[in-house]
Write a protein that binds this ligand. Structure first.
Ligand code: OGA
Ligand code: MN
Length: 295
């Protein structure tokens, strides 16, 4: 059966049918899905009851796996998932929801802020593939914003002003905006800011997008308050309802997004109920800007 994609939003998002992610993809299917990602930036697959291994194997069609190291405050020995997937659930190693004051939970609440995955890494992520293994009964929708459409809608003056700007991104900025401020010396080293262009160009179709993220906390050559206000204004612009798609999860949905041309956030949900979401992350292949030489 050929891959079929139906567009769900005026700007982006495709719903895919005709693919079984438990099976190995044909080269044609993989190429159709990658082309769909370039065009729609978010793809939704329903009814995919997959294992961690099948999810990772599917992701590998689109590039290397991104190493999760440096992206959280969970100690290795406390990892619930050992398969290589990122744990985006609210669960501890014992399979139960984490206590509300647990450090991992407080850190993970940062996913409720608009962001692009791994924008705090020198080479940020390409695709993320999120599989719903257990859906929370209340809240927990995931929202996506089309950063190409947001860029296209800017006026010429703003485009000129931001074209060459370079931002500093760090997990310390996103978490800091929620008042999460205590880090070990090792975490501070791990979460050192990296540089990212504010406007990036898609390597396949060449459309520009606003490369925003809650991890962005400074702009080179600008004072902090000016930088933060500009980032806030642009984020407000880019996340207006006309650029946003709201995904309401059903069990075994798999949603795949391009971090180079979208932002996303999860909405608050009932923390006392389990929500098991697992993410495969496809590594990017190039930095958006040369990084400063290591100190
Ligand atoms: C992610 C993320 C949102 C969610 O997996 O990168 O931000 O719905 N998750 O859990
Ligand atoms: Mn994310």
């Amino acid at each position: 059966m050929p891959v079929a994609i139906r567009q769900l939003h005026p700007h982006f998002v495709g719903e895919v049918s005709g693919v079984d992610l438990r099976q190995k993809l044909t080269p044609r299917e993989a190429a159709d899905i990658e082309a769909g990602m370039d065009q729609y930036a978010v793809l939704i697959f329903h009814g995919q009851d997959i294992t961690d291994e099948q999810q990772l194997a599917f992701a590998r069609h689109f590039g290397e796996r991104e190493n999760a190291h440096g992206g959280n405050v969970t100690r290795k020995e406390d990892y619930r998932l050992t398969s290589g997937l990122n744990d985006v659930s609210n669960l501890g190693k014992d399979g139960r929801p984490l206590p509300r004051d647990h450090r991992t939970h407080l850190f993970n609440l940062g996913n409720c802020l608009w962001h692009s995955d791994s924008s705090f890494r020198p080479i940020p992520a390409k695709f993320s593939l999120l599989s719903a293994r257990l859906v929370n009964p209340k809240g927990g929708n995931t929202e996506f914003a089309d950063m190409r459409a947001a860029y296209d809608a800017l006026d010429d003056e703003t485009r000129g002003e931001i074209e060459e700007l370079i931002c500093e991104h760090s997990l310390i900025y996103s978490r800091g905006s929620l008042g999460f401020l205590d880090y070990s010396e090792e975490e501070k080293r791990l979460f050192k800011p990296v540089l990212q262009r504010l406007v990036r160009t898609h390597p396949v179709h060449g459309r520009k997008s606003l490369y925003l993220s809650s991890h962005a906390g400074g702009i080179i050559g600008m004072t902090m308050p000016e930088a933060r206000l500009l980032l806030r204004d642009l984020t407000e612009h880019a996340t207006q309802p006309e650029f946003v798609y709201v995904h309401r999860w059903t069990l075994h949905d798999l949603v795949m997004w391009d971090n180079r041309q979208t932002m996303h956030r999860v909405r608050r949900y009932d923390q006392s109920q389990p929500r098991d979401m697992r993410r495969a992350t496809v590594a990017g292949t190039a930095p958006t800007v040369a990084q400063q030489a290591a100190e």
